[in-house]
Design a protein around this ligand. Structure first.
Ligand code: NAD
Length: 462
């Protein structure tokens, strides 16, 4: 698809291709998934280069979060496809004697995927795996803010796929808005709540079902752990998931930490030591932390630190290199709760720690905010774990680790409330792009006379 010229006729051709039934074949779906796999395999180096160019991601991090994760997901879909496509038996009520019923998954049709820049391959290809596995035709619009990645997806990916069924279209909000005017059978969006609202209002016109994978402020609760091993494990897992995954520019990154006052300084001291061990004395030079995506986002993060009360709360890091779009891992203790850093999603390498009198108070704190995409709770106390599970609501809840839920094929990935609508990953991706048609079959033999008029009260008793 060249730019957006001839957009309408290109899209109409894709709708017709879907109607031809070609994409419903199991063999077609398999061949497309294999094409995706080959794209990743043969272009691994180009993917690493694009991620370096767009985000300064280290290739090991890029492998873990994008190449490796997507490869695993494609293999999972290839393995499960036949089973997923099969119909599932269901039961009809006794009144429908001599009958059978089933749920038959069918593709939705022609779908739109709009993705974000922070994991430009993962967030584009994970939903595409689901769309293809379910037998849909799809248009993918990656984010314009990761241009090297978007260009690789637009120029190289199609050579591995059936071009009549999958198109990649580059562009920013204007292209996105133009696409939203079209009629889709589903819109799958990853991005901000602000644009999520635009997507949802556009979808109203055609009653298009939408998935919104959004973000927000995901908290981590850290209990006053007594064992030095547990403390160390906690700190390692917090740091790698915050600073070692796109420099905190991840929807499920820990946004802030809640900890008891008496444990806060111990936690901070351990973090200071481990940041140096993990990322080096000067992370800017070691290239182990990604950089901020662009100047606009850099200035947004800089502004979060501008408030003098926020500045005073910095206990580690805080240096910013605008030329290289690099921000040191930064820890803050008790910035004002009404400062932007505590009211807006941070999406960067700034980590506020909020101190509480009791770790139990974290539940009320979390519940006073919109439902987050994830809650992380580093706690051993089983009673508190049970309370956290039953008294809070979030897209996911992880005890004693962070971010690992993203890689699980067996868990649905998605938000709730302000953090999103709908879910995917593993078979959930297939389900997201499928309609389960209810099919009932009856024999012409036998019937119950009380089912039919003329009505009388005796029939009511039966
Ligand atoms: P964004 O909403 O600015 O952009 C996302 C996509 O929408 C891009 O492709 C962009 O070109 C497109 N877009 C922008 N304006 C549009 C418009 N008016 N009409 C149609 N399309 C439009 O978000 P972003 O900066 O790419 O990502 C940051 C946000 O995304 C954060 O809030 C983050 O938490 C969230 N996010 C969520 C997930 C998740 O899986 N839940 C993953 C990554 C990012």
């Amino acid at each position: 698809m060249e730019g957006v010229k001839g957009l309408e006729s290109d899209l109409e051709a894709m709708r017709q291709y879907f109607r031809s039934g070609k994409t419903k074949d199991a063999a077609w779906r398999q061949s497309q998934l294999k094409g995706l796999l080959l794209f990743i395999k043969e272009n691994e180096k180009h993917i690493f280069n694009a991620l370096k160019k767009d985000l300064g991601k280290h290739h090991v991090e890029a492998y873990r979060d994008e190449v490796g994760t997507v490869t695993k997901s494609i293999n999972f879909a290839l393995h499960g496809l036949k089973e997923w496509m099969s119909s599932k038996k269901a039961k009809l009520p006794r009144v429908a004697l001599l009958s059978s019923a089933e749920l038959v998954p069918e593709p939705l049709g022609f779908v739109l995927i709009i993705s974000s820049w922070n994991f430009p391959f993962g967030l584009s290809l994970e939903p595409l795996i689901g769309a293809i596995a379910a037998g849909n035709t799809a248009v993918l619009k990656p984010s314009e803010l990761a241009p090297a990645s978007a260009s690789l997806l637009a120029n190289v990916l199609p050579t591995y796929l059936d071009n009549k069924a999958v198109k990649v279209l580059q562009g920013g909000p204007a292209v996105g808005e133009r696409l939203l005017q079209q009629k889709w059978d589903k819109i799958f969006f990853t991005g901000s709540a602000r644009v999520g609202r635009i997507i949802m209002s556009a979808a109203v016109n055609h009653l298009t079902p939408t998935v919104l994978e959004l973000g927000g402020k995901s908290p981590a609760v850290v209990d006053s752990l007594s064992s030095s091993w547990d403390r160390q494990v906690t700190v390692n897992r917090i740091l790698v998931s915050k600073f070692g995954a796109c420099a905190g520019q991840a929807c499920i990154a820990i946004d802030y930490i809640l900890v008891e006052k008496r444990f806060a300084s111990t936690l901070v001291e351990l973090m200071k030591v481990m940041i140096k061990k993990m990322f080096g004395e000067n992370p800017r030079e070691t290239n182990t932390i990604a950089r901020i995506v662009n100047q606009q986002h850099f200035l947004r993060l800089k502004n979060l630190l501008k408030d003098p009360a926020v500045q005073n709360s910095i206990v580690y890091g805080g240096s910013l290199d605008e030329k290289n779009l690099f921000i040191d891992p930064t820890i803050l203790v008790d910035p004002p709760l009404d400062a932007a850093i505590m009211t807006e999603e941070i999406f960067g390498p700034l980590l506020p720690i909020i101190t509480l009198d009791n770790v139990e108070d974290s539940i009320a704190f979390i519940n006073s905010k919109p439902k987050p995409l994830a809650i992380y709770a580093f706690i051993k106390n089983e009673k508190l774990k049970r309370r956290m599970l039953s008294e809070t609501s979030s897209g996911s809840l992880v005890f004693n680790d962070a971010v690992i839920q993203y890689a699980a094929d067996s868990l649905p990935f998605g938000g709730i409330g302000e953090s999103g609508v709908g879910k995917y990953h593993g078979k959930f991706s297939f389900d997201t792009f499928s309609h389960y048609k209810a099919v009932a079959r009856r024999s012409f033999l036998t019937d119950f006379w009380y089912r039919f008029p003329p009505w009388n009260d005796y029939k009511l008793l039966l």
